[in-house]
Ligand binder design. Structure first.
Ligand code: CU
Length: 162
C-alpha cells in the first residue's frame, strides 16, 4: 500500500517537474510564441486573421515558412502594406524573425490568414496552428479567439450591461 502511494506521488512530482522545465525552457531558448490569438469574426466570414509575437532567442535568423490546421481550406502568410494610401494584404513566402529579435504579428501588419473555415470559431475557442520554421523546427501554438483591437475604440464608449 505504502509503496503504491509513494509511486503515485513520485509520478505526480515527475510530471509536475516536467511541466515546469518545459515552461521554463520556452521562456529562454529557441523560438517562442507569445500571445497567439485569432480575431473573432461573423459566422459567415470567409477568412480570419491570426496574430502573435514570435521571439527568436537564437543566434540565427529564422523564417516562418508555413502554418497548418485542419478545418481550413487554405492558410497563408500575409502582410498588410500601405500601397499609396491603400491598405492591401500581400501574400508572403515567409516571415523573417531576425536573430535575437521578435516579429509582432498584429492587425494592419504581418498576420496569418485562415481562409475558407469549415466553421468560423467563436470567441473563447482555441485554434491550434502548427507552425513550420526553416531551421527544421515546428511547434503547435494555441490561438485564442477574441475581439480584435480595432473594435476597442467603439467598445470603450459602449455601456456594459454587467
Ligand atoms: Cu490577410
Amino acid at each position: 500500500m505504502f509503496n503504491k502511494t509513494a509511486t503515485t506521488i513520485f509520478v505526480l512530482i515527475a510530471l509536475l517537474g516536467m511541466n515546469t522545465s518545459f515552461a521554463m525552457s520556452h521562456k529562454s531558448t529557441g523560438i517562442v510564441i507569445q500571445d497567439p490569438w485569432v480575431r473573432s469574426a461573423p459566422p459567415n466570414a470567409p477568412a480570419l486573421g491570426a496574430f502573435m509575437q514570435i521571439h527568436n532567442n537564437t543566434n540565427q535568423d529564422v523564417k516562418l515558412i508555413s502554418a497548418h490546421a485542419k478545418a481550413y481550406g487554405q492558410i497563408q502568410l500575409h502582410r498588410t502594406i500601405n500601397d499609396n494610401g491603400m491598405m492591401t494584404m500581400v501574400e508572403q513566402e515567409f516571415m523573417p524573425i531576425l536573430a535575437n529579435k521578435k516579429l509582432h504579428l498584429k492587425p494592419g501588419s504581418w498576420h496569418i490568414m485562415l481562409i475558407n473555415p469549415d466553421r468560423v470559431p467563436s470567441e473563447g475557442e482555441v485554434v491550434a496552428l502548427k507552425l513550420l520554421f526553416d531551421n527544421g523546427t515546428s511547434q503547435i501554438a494555441n490561438f485564442k479567439v477574441r475581439k480584435g483591437k480595432m473594435m476597442m475604440k467603439n467598445h470603450q464608449h459602449m455601456k456594459h450591461s454587467k
